[in-house]
Write a protein that binds this ligand. Structure first.
Ligand code: B1M
Length: 224
């Protein structure tokens, strides 16, 4: 089983989605994350073991390599796609409640902003970190965030903004969420956002990249 999970970890890290996927060339015609996760379950491995011992460490390696600029957006997207291939088999266990997630993360790109590539990467990496992710999409205002928090009051919130004009809307959204849910934790990110801006608008954490977001969530779980 250890060998199978190591192969799955490698498949996700290198972005091998399934057997027919031509990428990466060195794994041509070999099983991808889709087949390896299915095999692991069929051989009796628990979904949480697959997540903890293969998918999460693989996505953590990917996130760290991306932060160190050793790999780029396309490689990260392939890894996220491979992880999704494995998750096809694991999701039913999480959805039925048979296997627990670490928590819920609600993410959206703020009002007026339609950029979603970075936000999607953060969502995929957080999901790879073992969290349930509720992705509200783009152009998301306070009301939509608050409605989602009402359904999941313990969720951590993530706001993304790519425009210097729309990052101003982050301030309003953080203020409105905190006015209703003072104890909520809000993480902000996106190209124009900085640590100083995060402090100025009263958000709880700033991350320049997806792995920083994953690490912050991990830290919150360890404090519980
Ligand atoms: Co837009 N755009 N765009 N655009 N666009 C930028 C952002 C811009 C810098 C281009 C430029 O002028 N050089 C500029 C902003 C200038 C500014 O505000 N200072 C700009 C502009 C002006 C515009 C329009 C206004 C153009 C126009 O219509 N006149 C318009 C606005 C539309 C709107 O939102 N209302 C617009 C439209 C578009 C497209 C629709 C064409 C398209 C978006 C497609 C899509 O997202 N589905 C687009 C694109 C692709 C870009 C660029 C080229 C690429 C953005 C991107 O996806 N980067 C961008 C220029 C550039 O960056 N070179 C540009 C890759 C992505 C992985 O990075 O999103 O930064 P990023 O995410 C990173 C981190 O920031 C972080 O993690 C990610 C991975 O490291 N991160 C988080 C992001 N969110 C996070 C959240 C977190 C934590 C980390 O926690 C919650």
């Amino acid at each position: 089983m250890k060998e199978l999970l190591e192969k799955l970890l490698e498949a996700v890290e290198l972005g091998k989605v399934d057997k027919k996927s031509p990428y990466p060339p060195q794994l041509k015609d070999q099983d991808g994350a889709y087949e390896l996760a299915k095999n692991a379950l069929e051989q009796g491995c628990k979904p949480e073991e697959i997540l903890e011992n293969a998918l999460i460490p693989a996505m953590e390696n990917v996130g760290n390599r991306f932060s160190r600029r050793e790999i780029y957006v396309p490689q990260m997207l392939m890894s996220a796609k491979a992880m999704s291939g494995a998750m096809i088999h694991l999701k039913p266990f999480f959805q039925s409640g048979a296997t627990k997630r670490k928590g819920t993360f609600i993410i959206g790109t703020v009002t007026g902003d339609l950029h979603d590539i970075g936000k999607n990467l953060v969502a995929m990496m957080v999901e790879g970190g073992g969290w349930e992710v509720i992705d509200l999409g783009v152009d998301v205002g306070s009301d939509k965030f608050i409605r989602a928090i009402e359904e999941k009051p313990d969720a951590v919130i993530g706001l993304s903004a790519l425009l210097t004009t729309t990052m101003e809307n982050m301030k309003k959204i953080v203020g409105n969420i905190k006015a209703k849910y003072a104890g909520s934790k809000i993480l902000v990110g996106g190209a124009p956002v900085t640590q100083e801006y995060c402090i100025k608008i009263g958000a709880d954490f700033y991350s320049p990249d997806p792995q920083g977001a994953v690490n912050y969530l991990k830290q919150l779980v360890s404090l519980k």
